[in-house]
Design a binder for this molecule. Sequence first.
Ligand SMILES: C[S@@+](CC[C@H](N)C(=O)[O-])C[C@H]1O[C@@H](n2cnc3c(N)ncnc32)[C@H](O)[C@@H]1O
Ligand code: SF4
Length: 376
Amino acid sequence: MAGGIAGAAYRRIYSGVNYRMRSFAGGALAGRCRPVAIMLLLTERCNARCVHCDIWKNKGKEDSPDTSEWKHLLDDLRKWLGPVDIVFTGGEALLKQNTTELARHAVSLGFALEVLTHGYWEDQSKIEKLAAAKPHRITISLDGIGETHSKVRGRDDFFEKTQRTIETLVRMREHDSLGYQIRLKTVIMEHNLGDLANVARFATRPGMEVFYQPIEQNYNTPEDPEWFRSSPNWPRDPSQAVRAVRELQQLHRDGLHIANSQQQLEVMVRYFEDPEGLRLTTQAHQAHERQHFCSSLGTLQIQSDGGVGFCARMPVVGNFRAMPIRQIWETRPRWWESGCCMSQPRQGVPEPLHQIATDGASHDSPGGNGCHAPVE
Ligand SMILES: C[S@@+](CC[C@H](N)C(=O)[O-])C[C@H]1O[C@@H](n2cnc3c(N)ncnc32)[C@H](O)[C@@H]1O
Ligand code: SF4
């Protein structure tokens, strides 16, 4: 069942069944859903200085699970859920010495593993070891080409080092016939509106793609519903952002390797026109979906101290070091029954987008791609 066609078929069915269970029979079966967006934040420390994320401001020693505790968690997840999609992220996951060992373990269990990194590494042996672990996908954040990226990421040589990481991944994949996808991830914000199309052109190589995500409130900051009114990251002229996204839609039609669907890009246009109306669904990475569900029906986020969360807007519920992960999931509060923030009427989304969430969308939908929204 591990990798290959059988694993891919399993993930497709798993994901499809769990998405549909949320809406089937008016949600009567929702409580029996299993997680489809599973993220392990291996650390909440970071060596970047990004303008759009405050995780790097976390200081001090972390009380993290050790390697055997993380492995035990992976074993439990595998027994419970089968060879599903999982994501290693952070913070900067590659700051931890044990990340590649954990990646090897996850892959050996049959998970389709995605690892997110900023790629800012002088020591390329770290990247080589990660590549050799054979994850399903390696995602590198790239917010622009050259100076734009370094400015967003807060260090002069950020672009050069990130580019070297991308080259290492391309070289290793060719040389060792490794099958991972290379995904670039670009956050659309004031500072890179003129560079978005250049990232799509940069990603035109075989086996490489780019996924765009609109700017949200800085991660790791107290929630502020009006954040976009004062944030320097929000486009000063939203119509410029709209034009930039329209250009991406055209490049998508022209066949450039843009991983977003046209629907996802269309809903980004609406978000830049109406940030207030689409704030919560965008933060939950559900803005493009037909129906919006409580995040706790699909998201399982393990924090760097072992804490287990289901919604970025609610407190963690338990710790996998104290209770088996399956038990934490099955006894979590039933927020979806008491009316959560997602049950408010949908605003600003055009009718043609109303279609069933697709199978295999787990990496790009609820909380996918290392969602780490603001803290309360
Ligand atoms: C929190 S980072 C963790 C992984 C790694 N450190 C990195 O930067 O790729 C995961 C992703 O979230 C994105 N991100 C951070 N702050 C964001 C914000 N305010 N709005 C949207 N995406 C954001 C990052 O650009 C990155 O692609
Ligand atoms: S986006 Fe990633 S690299 Fe930037 S501060 Fe946040 S965790 Fe660090």
